[in-house]
Design a binder for this molecule. Structure first.
Ligand code: ZN
Length: 131
C-alpha cells in the first residue's frame, strides 16, 4: 500500500528536487533558473507559475537566519584578520546560496502549482493595483 502524501507536500518536494510538480518526472529547469515552458514528460504548462522575487527573498531569509546569524556567535569571526576570514566565509556562503536558490525556486513553483496560483492572477500584482 502506497503511503499517502499530501498533494501540497508532494508538489513542493518535486519542485525542490528540480522536477515537474505535476508528474515529478520531467525536469523543471532547462538552465540554472530558467523554467521549462512545458514538462517534457506530461506536457504540463510550467511557465504559468509566478516566481518573481519570492525564491530569492526566501533564499536570503534562510541563509541569513540559518547560516550567517549563527556564524556571528563564534568569536573567531570577530577576532580574525578580515583579509583572510572574509574570503573564507563569503566564497562558501555564495556557493551555498547559489546551490540553494534553484531548489528554493523549484519548491516555490511546486507551492504555486499546489495552491493553484497562476501568473495571470491580477490580485497578486499589487504594484499594478497602485496605479
Ligand atoms: Zn510533468
Amino acid at each position: 500500500m502506497a503511503e499517502f502524501i499530501h498533494p501540497l507536500r508532494r508538489s513542493v518536494m518535486r519542485g525542490l528536487q528540480g522536477h515537474c510538480p505535476s508528474c515529478g518526472k520531467g525536469p523543471l529547469f532547462w538552465k540554472y533558473l530558467k523554467v521549462n515552458g512545458r514538462c517534457e514528460a506530461c506536457d504540463h504548462d510550467l511557465a504559468r507559475y509566478p516566481a518573481d522575487d519570492g525564491p530569492a527573498y526566501l533564499t536570503i531569509l534562510l541563509v541569513g537566519h540559518l547560516v550567517v546569524a549563527p556564524l556571528l556567535i563564534f568569536p573567531i569571526i570577530w577576532r580574525s584578520n578580515p583579509v583572510y576570514s572574509l574570503p573564507l566565509i563569503l566564497i562558501p556562503l555564495a556557493v551555498f546560496t547559489l546551490l540553494l536558490l534553484p531548489r528554493i525556486k523549484g519548491g516555490w513553483i511546486g507551492l504555486m502549482y499546489s495552491l493553484g496560483v497562476r501568473d495571470t492572477d491580477q490580485r497578486l500584482h499589487t504594484a499594478d493595483a497602485a496605479d
